[in-house]
Design a binder for this molecule. Structure first.
Ligand SMILES: C[S@@+](CC[C@H](N)C(=O)[O-])C[C@H]1O[C@@H](n2cnc3c(N)ncnc32)[C@H](O)[C@@H]1O
Length: 211
């Protein structure tokens, strides 16, 4: 499935719209669970970069937003400057399937709402594994932080039934078992957690693994 949303529409929806509240909540959940607060982070398929920006605000991570759309690279840079973290959040154009990073150099890869659109999800996850340093974490999937925030967004989107239909269709096409099988094929020891608020693939590259 390819991704075709217009970047300005994105920024409007994400920055100024109902999604704004979810990013700090998700960022806090990631930091609490992984304990990663320093080093290098990728916000993969980060769009306007809000998850990366929120992570930078509560940690000392250096974040690179990676997105296939050049317009998103621009928006992510604007948003990081606006949030006062431009010195630690940059953006580059790139795809999950061929990450522009060396092996074993990244402490945390986060990705929200993007894997469902990757041309080759398995290759993208293998790339995430490749760039993680031993002991590094990945948090990849989709979600809204809490069920309450999801309900708020659903209510705000009541006049847009297509949004909910497409969201549910993506979940049906990408059930947790699909990603569990993928992790198994890749030899990655991880979990796929599915709750009302979202679905996340979470793994840590073993500390003793080769970079
Ligand atoms: C629904 S948006 C989510 C944006 C952002 N992560 C957020 O939660 O606000 C999906 C993003 O994934 C990007 N994308 C889709 N396929 C990609 C790929 N193979 N590699 C990198 N980015 C990709 C799209 O350009 C888009 O910006």
């Amino acid at each position: 499935m390819s991704y075709t949303m217009n970047a300005a529409e994105f920024n409007e929806k994400i920055m100024k719209g109902h999604f704004r509240k979810i990013y700090p909540v998700i960022a806090a959940q990631i930091v609490e669970r992984t304990g990663v607060t320093s080093g290098r982070c990728i916000d993969l398929g980060g769009g306007p970069g809000m998850l990366g920006v929120c992570l930078a605000k509560i940690t000392s991570l250096d974040v690179t937003v990676v997105d296939l759309m050049p317009e998103c690279v621009e928006l992510a840079r604007e948003n990081s400057a606006e949030a006062g973290v431009a010195d630690r959040v940059d953006a580059v154009q790139g795809v999950a399937e061929e990450l522009p990073f060396e092996n074993g150099v990244i402490d945390l890869v986060v990705s929200r709402g993007s894997i469902f659109f990757w041309q080759d999800q398995e290759r993208g996850l293998a790339e995430v594994w490749r760039v993680l340093r031993p002991g590094g974490w990945a948090w990849i999937g989709g979600g809204f932080g809490t069920a309450e925030l999801l309900h708020e967004i659903e209510a705000a989107k009541a006049d847009d039934p297509e949004w909910n239909r497409k969201r549910k269709e993506r979940m049906t096409q990408n059930p947790p078992e699909h990603f569990r099988a993928m992790l198994q094929r890749l030899g990655i020891d991880g979990v796929v957690e599915h709750q009302e608020a979202g679905m996340w693939i979470i793994f840590q590259k073993p500390k003793e693994a080769q970079a």
